[in-house]
Design a protein around this ligand. Structure first.
Ligand code: UD1
Ligand code: UDP
Length: 368
């Protein structure tokens, strides 16, 4: 049986890599990888760490790409590769434009599509934009849903997806994290021994403009207020983020602006961090498993499990809220400990093995 894994962006590569490698171990499957390269440099970084080679590479990314341009280049490109490769099943991950268009291209060719990280919802179509719509659309075209948690499974059931097509597998990001965290990747940034490290990431469309400016201003206020902190900010290459961050935060000795880390060093950065400020989906899943408090620079999340556990807090992007919430963790040891207790509601590190079993059973049933 031929399984095609489609990967567009950094988080898709990190979360799909354990699945690709699990299929590679099985003699009854032929696995091939289609890189749309919706991201170029960020994707290449992740592929090299996990030793993944693309069998097909669309090299789609363009600087400052718009959603319509991206969508139209993807649909034509993916359709051609499907015609050539003729997979029996295609797997796409998450909520990017790549996954939505992959699902649509498969539908047009009547190729079964399986959705990895299915069922995440904020229940607000415009937040995150366009990801909430992307995952709903992809899910509606899927014949297999790999839901990370019971919460995501229930979201799918509420949308009248067929129960026999939904499987709670955990999130493969924890497979990737646990395998990577075992190794010791050098951090590549000098943090003085006596400083507490605050790790920051931001890239979401809804944080372009004033929200990312607020975040930068809050960081400036925090480094002024706390002489014992050092901020490390791997800056996403999107010009809407990079230009603002450079304008506000360049040339401060306790604010280290760096290029996006490879996944190995980024895991080391999470391990070393005292607290993490982020709007990233993946980081919300990973950091709790490493026992690190996460303050989420968003008003809502499709990942409520860690919030319920008390190890992740939604704080939005108002400057004063960011300063106040970070200050609580930096000042109050009890508040800090409560959020640093560690929890892994998103997986146990064995999700990709489960997915292989489910796909095998799916083909066996189809053949009967
Ligand atoms: C995309 C996903 C988002 C995901 C994020 C992960 C969509 C609509 N958005 O957002 O869901 O959370 O990836 O990071 O699918 N760029 C580079 N080099 C890279 C990557 C990006 O220069 O390796 C720059 C380019 O100018 C590119 C821009 O970033 O045009 C935006 O990339 P795009 O994939 O459209 O959006 P992201 O904000 O990265
Ligand atoms: N990540 C990384 N290097 C960095 C920042 C993040 O490897 O400099 C990893 C992070 O550990 C997580 C993934 O990238 O697994 C998240 O990607 P991103 O935040 O871009 O997307 P999202 O998860 O929000 O879709």
């Amino acid at each position: 049986m031929k399984v095609m894994c489609v990967i567009g962006t950094r988080p898709e590569a990190i979360k799909m890599a354990p699945v690709v490698n699990a299929f590679k171990k099985c003699e009854d499957f032929e696995v091939c990888v289609l890189a749309t390269a919706q991201h170029r440099d960020l994707l290449d970084q992740a592929f090299s760490l996990f030793d993944i080679q693309a069998d097909y590479d669309l090299n789609i990314m363009q600087p400052g790409q718009t959603l319509p341009e991206l969508t139209s280049r993807l649909i034509v490109g993916i359709d051609k590769i499907l015609t050539e490769a003729k997979p029996d099943l295609v797997i796409g991950q998450g909520d990017t434009t790549t996954v939505f268009v992959t699902a649509l291209a498969c539908f047009y060719q009547k190729i079964p599509f399986a959705h990895l990280e299915a069922g995440l919802r904020t229940h607000d179509l415009y937040s995150p934009f366009p990801e909430e719509a992307n995952r709903i659309l992809a899910g509606n075209l899927a014949c297999l849903h790999f839901a990370p948690t019971e919460v995501s499974k229930n979201n799918l059931l509420r949308e009248a997806m067929k129960p026999e097509q939904i499987f709670v597998t955990g999130n493969t990001v924890i497979d990737a994290l646990l395998a990577t965290a075992q190794k010791d990747f050098p951090l590549e940034v000098d943090i003085p021994e006596d400083k507490r490290m605050v790790l920051v990431t931001s890239h979401r469309r809804e944080n372009f403009g004033q929200p990312i400016i607020n975040t930068c201003q809050a960081i400036l206020e925090l480094v002024k207020k706390y002489e014992d902190i050092c901020v490390v900010f791997p800056v996403h290459p999107n010009p809407n983020i990079r230009n603002v961050v450079d304008e506000y935060l360049l040339n401060h000795d306790r604010i280290k602006l760096v290029s996006p880390f490879d996944y190995g060093p980024f895991v080391s950065a999470m391990k070393k961090a005292y607290i993490i400020l982020t709007d990233s989906g993946g980081v919300q899943e990973e950091a709790p498993a490493l026992g690190k408090p996460v303050l989420v620079l968003r008003r809502d999340t499709e990942r409520p499990e860690a919030v319920t556990e008390g190890v992740v807090k939604l704080i939005g992007t108002e400057k004063q809220d960011i300063v106040n919430e970070a200050s609580i963790l930096l000042d109050n040891v009890d508040a800090y400990r409560a959020m640093a207790k560690g929890a892994s509601p998103y997986g146990d590190g064995n999700s990709s093995e489960r997915i292989v079993q489910i796909v095998r059973a799916y083909f066996e049933q189809a053949q009967r």
